[in-house]
Design a binder for this molecule. Structure first.
Ligand code: SAM
Length: 214
């Protein structure tokens, strides 16, 4: 029988409240913005989108889920909620920001132990994956210089039937990932749109095989 998702989502809401209180935290130096900071509220996934993430995982039932970046662990908690409800699968999540990742670890651990959090970039650490990617969430620096090579790695590490997704928001800069992927992948569908202007993009099963010509 499917477990009740309510307690898990209540726990995520509780962790989100706690996380909000940490306030400004240093941005990873890779952004090249000096001593810039961000609050968790500026980068975190909103609950309505998170629910869609969790439901997507329940539908797809992936074994190997990849996410970059982790940030404060908000999106990660929703991927984990889906994996917990499925009773299977593992999240491999990557972020080079040590400070944020330490906060993320507390959040992720509150939801499930089905995760491996790597402090470092996805590109430098992709070798830790135990097998082909079934589902990837690309949510790091959303400019084409970064996204294109990252997407190439994701595609080359994906198994047949893999799904990939990204987010967009009101900011043109953050539309690059989703825009690039949606243009390059026929059959891409916009699955869910939230009131806050984000959208979740994903692709139908079986598509990765075609992309990779396997
Ligand atoms: C938009 S935030 C992620 C938000 C998070 N997915 C959420 O919804 O709660 C972007 C994160 O990507 C991380 N990042 C940037 N480049 C990265 C890379 N190459 N590999 C992994 N993480 C990266 C940043 O440190 C930052 O924490």
């Amino acid at each position: 029988m499917r477990p009740d998702p309510k307690p898990i989502h209540e726990k995520i809401a509780e962790r989100a409240k706690i996380t909000t209180k940490v306030g400004d935290q240093p941005l990873w130096e890779g952004y090249g913005q000096g001593a810039a900071t961000r609050t968790p509220d500026q980068v975190k996934t909103q609950p309505e989108m998170g629910l869609a993430y969790s439901q997507l995982i329940e539908q797809i039932r992936p074994a190997v889920v990849v996410e970059f970046g982790t940030a404060f662990g908000m999106s990660g908690m929703y991927w984990l909620a889906g994996l917990e409800l499925n009773g299977s699968g593992h999240l491999y999540t990557f972020d080079p920001n040590q400070v944020w990742a330490d906060l993320a670890r507390e959040n992720l651990s509150a939801i499930s132990d089905r995760f491996t959090l790597t402090i470092g970039t996805f590109e430098d650490n992709v070798g830790i994956l135990p097998g082909p990617i079934d589902f990837a969430f690309i949510d790091a620096i959303h400019t084409s210089d970064f996204v294109k090579p990252q997407f190439d790695i994701v595609a080359s590490r994906s198994g047949p039937g893999a799904s990939w997704c990204s987010t967009t928001s009101a900011s043109p800069e953050t539309c690059v990932t989703a825009g690039m992927l949606s243009r390059s992948i026929p059959g891409c569908v916009r699955r869910r749109c939230s009131a806050v202007g984000s959208a979740l993009w994903s692709w139908p099963e079986g598509f990765a095989g075609k992309v990779l010509s396997r």
